[in-house]
Design a binder for this molecule. Structure first.
Ligand SMILES: [Mn+2]
Length: 337
């Protein structure tokens, strides 16, 4: 469906449930909280839900204290939340499986559920609005609010600025889109608190995270030509000091920022000899096909999958697949930005 059709459905609704994928991130949570405030200003009864708690660095987002964690609700509260809803809108994802237990509940309640997403389509669902060309769900949400003909209040602007900043890693991954900066400028003019977004998203490392990074970076390995870097992170001890998803995101960013590196990956041991592989590319070697071939998925230049085997064999297999996915002559091509 189109963004215009989604705007029409939202305009006609009275009671709306908003949510995003499990393990909410800056883009999903930012969009959910922006829409919470916009729809409430339109007089709607809005129920904002997450599946899992918001990471600490996102709790500064305006309205974050309103989010209800589905995993912590009792059965009566869950039933109340789903009662008399006109529709559910799920942002930053479009595959039911990413919604976990809430997905099952929405499906069995037979609620009209719509998805607003920017990941490459993996299913055909008439209720999905998806533009894989845009930077983030935040960018799509900005367009949706314009279609709803609603003003962007300062708190909404901060949520959307955070969403776009999160998915572009502070406006580094723009994929050649001037729109990203145009929208960011519009959000700043609307009162987005860019200082707070920077401070909370990028300058709030815990000593625990820095210790994790220092250990993981000690295990840095590179191919002899220097174009592929990786690190293997052994199975965590199962304590509260276990690395988080954001820790791994930071780790792979450090690997990718080494001079000459075109593709970085991490091997995160989940169980004995079973790894979550995260892949990130500077933009010349597509990595989504590698992840898909291993049963995973993601974006053109950021993807993830599962892999088993001894760590050296797993790393060798990924390197071989990266080589196969790299267009010829990439090493000699000057950077086109
Ligand atoms: Mn996103």
């Amino acid at each position: 469906m189109t963004l215009q059709e989604l705007a029409a459905r939202l305009r006609a609704a009275r009671r709306v449930l908003l949510t995003t994928h499990q393990v909410p991130d800056g883009d999903g949570a930012g969009v959910e909280l922006a829409l919470l405030q916009v729809l409430e200003a339109m007089g709607q009864d809005v129920r904002p839900v997450t599946v899992g708690a918001l990471p600490a660095r996102l709790r500064f987002l305006p309205g974050a204290d309103r989010l209800l964690d589905w995993n912590r609700l009792g059965s009566t509260e869950r039933a109340c939340l789903l009662e008399n809803l006109d529709l559910a809108l799920v942002v930053d994802m479009h595959a039911w499986s990413l919604l976990g237990p809430l997905g099952e509940a929405l499906q069995s309640a037979a609620l009209p559920t719509y998805f607003l997403d920017h990941h490459p389509l993996t299913t055909t669902n008439a209720h999905v609005v998806c533009d894989p060309a845009v930077s983030s769900a935040g960018e799509l949400c900005w367009s949706l609010i314009k279609l709803l003909d609603r003003p962007v209040e300062p708190n909404v602007a901060t949520c959307l600025y955070a969403a776009i900043s999160y998915d572009t890693n502070s406006f580094k991954y723009l994929r050649g889109r001037p729109e990203v900066h145009r929208i960011a400028a519009d959000l700043l003019a609307s009162g987005a608190d860019a200082d707070a977004v920077y401070r909370h998203l990028y300058a709030s490392q815990s000593p625990r995270t820095v210790a994790f990074l220092s250990r993981a970076l000690c295990r840095l390995q590179q191919t002899p030509d220097g174009t592929i870097a990786w690190s293997h992170v052994p199975r965590p001890a199962g304590s509260s000091t276990d690395p988080t998803r954001d820790d791994f995101r930071d780790l792979i960013t450090h690997l990718l920022e080494i001079d000459g590196v075109e593709v970085a990956f991490t091997l995160q041991e989940d169980e004995q000899d079973a790894y979550k592989v995260s892949l990130r590319s500077m933009g010349r070697t597509p990595v989504d096909g590698i992840a898909r071939a291993l049963g995973g998925g993601g974006h053109l230049f950021a993807a993830a999958a599962q892999l088993s085997g001894p760590v050296d064999r797993a790393a060798a297999e990924i390197i071989e697949r990266i080589r196969a996915a790299t267009p010829p002559g990439v090493d000699d091509t000057p950077d086109q930005g």
